[in-house]
Design a protein around this ligand. Sequence first.
Ligand SMILES: Nc1ncnc2c1ncn2[C@@H]1O[C@H](COP(=O)(O)OP(=O)(O)OP(=O)(O)O)[C@@H](O)[C@H]1O
Length: 306
Amino acid sequence: MIEVSGLTKTYGPKRAVDDISFQAPPGSVTGFLGPNGAGKSTTMRMIMGLDRPDSGTATIEGKPLADHVAPMRAAGALLEAKSVTPGRTARNHLRVLAASHGIGRRRVDEVIQMTGLDTVANKRVKGFSLGMGQRLGIATAMLGDPSTLIMDEPVNGLDPDGVLWVRNLARQFAAEGRTVLLSSHLMSEVQLTADRVVVIGKGRILADASIAEFTAQAASGAVTVRTSDDEQFAEIVGAEGARATRTSEALVVDGLEPPRIAHLAVGAGLDLHELVKTNATLEEAYLSLTADAVEYHATAQEGAAR
Ligand SMILES: Nc1ncnc2c1ncn2[C@@H]1O[C@H](COP(=O)(O)OP(=O)(O)OP(=O)(O)O)[C@@H](O)[C@H]1O
């Protein structure tokens, strides 16, 4: 369990994190989302005790990470800034770290295997690709077999196979009752990986909900209907006070729930060919929520495809 309470961090005039509180419960994957510069990495660094908050607290299993007897067993993190000595091999990097935390060499071999680094474990880290570096970062995070795993942009630079692997790893960790907090800008991936989302914008919490709740909030509630006579059915729906818009292929009904729509169609003796409530995707929900919190806008290019 990660608990963040009233956490605030200012860099000069910039309030990077502004009085945020949220929990990442055990047994689930919490997606940590927000536009560039929203404060995600700063928050993760404070949870890991790498940045000192101006005020507020961040705890793991009830206490700050630094107060744990074996911090690497409490939490492991893949953060953006890597602290790997480039001249070392991946295996040596892991061995040095393991030795300084009382972790045996067998665990080093295990995490090398788990992260698919076997063939490059004896190569110097400075020659690593972005994806191999990510895998080594994840291997480092897992070294202590931690109960909490924090990953900042874990799929950054990974090939599709690696993306799937991170998704399965996160899901497996959660299934084992551990806590997973991960940030990502890939909404489709978060939708597949996370159970819950915490959305942050300009240092403040914008949403804290399950994926289902979060996307339901953004859904228009419209229902797509096709019947044996859409023109007649549009009138029936209109008489009920709902709005029916005809598209080339169907009717889009606003203001009635599917069971009522089905009841009306059957009552009018019409065949019902389609009845679908439209759900927003995580990306649509995210974009509509964060529209005002985006700090770095791209401007449309002259001559760009329209
Ligand atoms: N060490 C620092 N010194 C000064 N400003 C910083 C520092 N670290 C972060 N900031 C500022 O704090 C704000 C939050 O940054 P942070 O890296 O936490 O955002 P983020 O949500 O992780 O963004 P991204 O998605 O781009 O990684 C930004 O405006 C950033 O410029």
